[in-house]
Design a protein around this ligand. Structure first.
Ligand SMILES: C[C@@](CO)(OP(=O)(O)O)[C@H](O)COP(=O)(O)OP(=O)(O)OC[C@H]1O[C@@H](n2ccc(N)nc2=O)[C@H](O)[C@@H]1O
Ligand SMILES: Nc1ncnc2c1ncn2[C@@H]1O[C@H](COP(=O)(O)OP(=O)(O)O)[C@@H](O)[C@H]1O
Length: 279
């Protein structure tokens, strides 16, 4: 029997860095929302584990692919050797701060658990997801959440309604490199602050207040990639938007209030862009 699962992208409505942890990760508070830009994973029974990808010919198909990593973790935990052919239709730009790989990993854990009769509890799925990456646990449920710790601790809220313009400038940013080039930042931000500054205006659709409160400390990274992303931000400001880098980049997005802006300057730059909705 074939199982087909959507694998959504996310944006970070804000990301604050509290400091560097002994384990080398950064302590952070961030607000994430999934948007209607999806990869699709299909699972078919097979005599062995096979991964194929459409829509992107540069993704690794070996154990460095987060889908394969998820399969290996599932096998280690359950003893079940996944005999499935997984077809990934890739639409989410890679290395774009949209969590595409993390989303695929979460969809794979959910897909395998469904196929093999739910051997793993929600807690066990979360435990495996947290090993695959800091924002993989969020994608087990998606929607709207405040993530904290290194990003694996979550407080979920009812999904909100808003539109964004998302711009991918055509180059990826490495999450590790962006963090490695981050100056020392010690923001005093707690989950409660994220609720007051972001969740509350979002739920009440006070978009002007929301936009004024949004910030992403990773924009302070000395990474050459982020310097390029800041140029993209300036171009969006020129068309009257108040943009923000998503996660570790390279995508930039802006909340759209009312009428859509003129996107001609973006076309002239040759950038990929889409008007999307929160899901
Ligand atoms: C499952 C893994 C790790 O065991 O595979 P392998 O090691 O087998 O390849 C994956 O790579 C999973 O690696 P991980 O590095 O945790 O992925 P992410 O959570 O996405 O973070 C990427 C990098 O960004 C930085 N990072 C990320 C989150 C955070 N709160 N602080 C950080 O400093 C770290 O340098 C981290 O290494
Ligand atoms: N299934 C996958 N989809 C996307 N990226 C993947 C996948 N498996 C491994 N990767 C690797 O994960 C890294 C980050 O991917 P992605 O999640 O798209 O970026 P970001 O973390 O910026 O949102 C890339 O180096 C990519 O090669």
């Amino acid at each position: 029997m074939r199982l087909i699962l959507p694998s959504p992208a996310k944006i970070n409505l804000s990301l604050w860095v509290k400091g560097k942890r002994p384990d080398g990760y950064h302590e952070l508070v961030t607000v994430m929302h999934t948007v209607n830009l999806f990869d699709v994973l299909s699972f078919l029974p097979s005599d062995r584990l096979v991964l194929s990808v459409r829509g992107n010919n540069s993704l690794p198909l070996d154990r460095s692919n987060l889908i394969i990593k998820a399969c290996r973790l599932f096998k280690e935990k359950t003893g079940i050797n996944p005999k499935v052919s997984i077809k990934l239709t890739k639409r989410i730009p890679v290395g774009a701060g949209l969590g595409g790989g993390s989303s695929n990993a979460a969809a794979t854990l959910k897909g395998l658990n469904t196929i093999y009769g739910n051997p793993l509890s929600e807690e066990e799925l979360h435990e495996l997801a947290a090993k695959l990456g800091s924002d993989v646990p969020f994608f087990l449920k998606g929607g709207l959440a405040i993530a904290y710790g290194r990003g694996e601790k979550l407080k979920f809220f009812s999904p909100a309604n808003f539109e964004i313009l998302l711009v991918f400038p055509g180059f990826p940013c490495s999450t590790a490199e962006v963090y490695q080039n981050l100056p020392s930042i010690k923001r005093e931000v707690a989950v409660e602050d994220a609720e007051r500054l972001i969740i509350s205006p979002l739920i009440n659709e006070n978009f002007s207040e929301l936009i004024d409160n949004m910030e992403n400390d990773l924009e302070k990274s000395e990474s050459p990639c982020v310097k390029e992303v800041l140029r993209v931000k300036e171009k969006l400001k020129e068309i009257g938007l108040k943009p923000l880098m998503s996660g570790s980049g390279s995508c930039v997005f802006a909340i759209i209030k009312g009428e859509k802006p003129d996107t001609t300057p973006l076309k002239k730059e040759g950038w990929w862009f889409k008007f999307l909705s929160a899901v």
